[in-house]
Ligand binder design. Structure first.
Ligand code: ADE
Ligand code: ZN
Length: 340
């Protein structure tokens, strides 16, 4: 397939985004604009200087910059603008359903109230549902470099907004912060009715994926690349059809893999794993959903059948109700059937 044809094919696929940190969609242009109106100084003189700094050797180098960027977000309007910019962008890429993460502690630690953060994000999601026909779920992530006690405080702060929050996740610095550290707060979160997911096996070992399954009881694993180190784990993920939300451009940018050609996606699909493609932190890693699909398909020579599988998998892995899943999956299948 030519590059132009591949791009056109990808553009037309109805897509679900299940692994996106809203703070990671903060484009430098918007960062500058919000910094200016909030009278906050940035460490960079220009949009180009910011982009120049986006070269990472590992997850931590990225996180340091990502948390700094998020510091310009202060008012409800800032969180609304951030989220709305993301939603209009992915609408243009034919993303029809999103399940997005936000990191409340990145903001509450700086004195920004929980309600300011979530209200801005939620209003943008509601508007996108009404005006862009994008359905959504919202996932609150605990920062794993902080303590269990801090996560419990965040759970407490979220309770008045329970109706707006569908699940909890676990992100930030993985190595040295195993899922077991958060077993009790995940149990308490489940008792409040939240669904559970966790980042595991991005930089951390396969053992962290086992822990996320056995100690946290998650229904999806974010990343999970490292499962291939452990065949018994792969067998379990396949048997239980536990989704892995993969983020190929993120993996290359954070040196989780050295080259896109090495990405485990085809191996995982071959083994019957419910693998999906997502964007993680698109403003930092060079692309949204289409760019992730494109880079992966190009480097790994994915055929239409594999692209269809990945798109279907994302709706299967979503938290939509069964009727909506079926509708979207039928739309994907119809799209591929009628491709010329
Ligand atoms: N927070 C934002 N992006 C992340 C990633 N790729 N891994 C862990 N935490 C994150
Ligand atoms: Zn992530």
């Amino acid at each position: 397939m030519t590059s132009a044809n591949l791009l056109t094919t990808i553009q037309g696929i109805p897509k679900a985004e299940l692994h996106l940190h809203i703070e990671g969609s903060f484009e430098p242009e918007l960062m500058f604009e919000i910094a200016k109106r909030n009278d906050v100084s940035l460490d960079f003189d220009s949009v180009d200087a910011i982009k120049e700094a986006y070269k990472f050797n590992n997850l931590q180098e990225f996180l340091d910059i990502y948390y700094t960027g998020a510091q310009v977000l202060i008012h409800e309007q800032d969180f609304f603008d951030l989220t709305w910019a993301y939603l209009t962008k992915v609408h243009s890429q034919n993303v029809v359903h999103v399940e997005i993460f936000f990191d409340p502690q990145t903001h509450t630690e700086r004195g920004i109230p929980f309600d300011v953060v979530i209200t801005g994000i939620y209003k943008a999601l509601q508007r996108a549902k009404e005006e862009l026909n994008i359905s959504f779920k919202l996932i609150m992530s605990y920062l794993r470099h902080l303590s269990e006690a801090e996560a419990f405080k965040t759970l407490e702060a979220s309770l008045p907004f329970k109706e707006w929050i569908d699940g909890v996740g676990l992100d930030s610095s993985e190595v040295g912060n195993p899922p077991s550290k958060f077993a009790r707060v995940f149990k308490a979160s489940a008792d409040e009715g939240y669904k559970l997911v966790a980042h595991a096996g991005e930089e951390g070992p396969a053992a962290y994926i086992w822990e996320a399954l056995d100690l946290l009881n998650v229904v999806r694993i974010d990343h999970g690349n490292r499962c291939l180190d452990d065949q018994a784990l792969v067998d379990r993920l396949r048997a239980e059809q536990i989704p892995l939300t993969l983020c190929p451009l993120s993996n290359v940018e954070l040196k989780v893999i050295q080259h896109m050609e090495d990405h485990p996606l085809p191996k995982l699909l071959d083994q019957g794993i419910l693998a999906t493609i997502h964007s993680d932190d698109p403003a930092y890693f060079g692309g949204y959903m289409n760019e992730n699909y494109y880079a992966t398909a190009k480097a790994l020579n994915l055929n239409n059948q594999q692209l269809e599988q990945v798109a279907v998998n994302a709706f299967k892995a979503s938290w939509l109700d069964d009727a909506s899943k079926e509708e979207h999956i039928n739309a994907v299948k119809h799209y591929f059937k009628h491709l010329t």
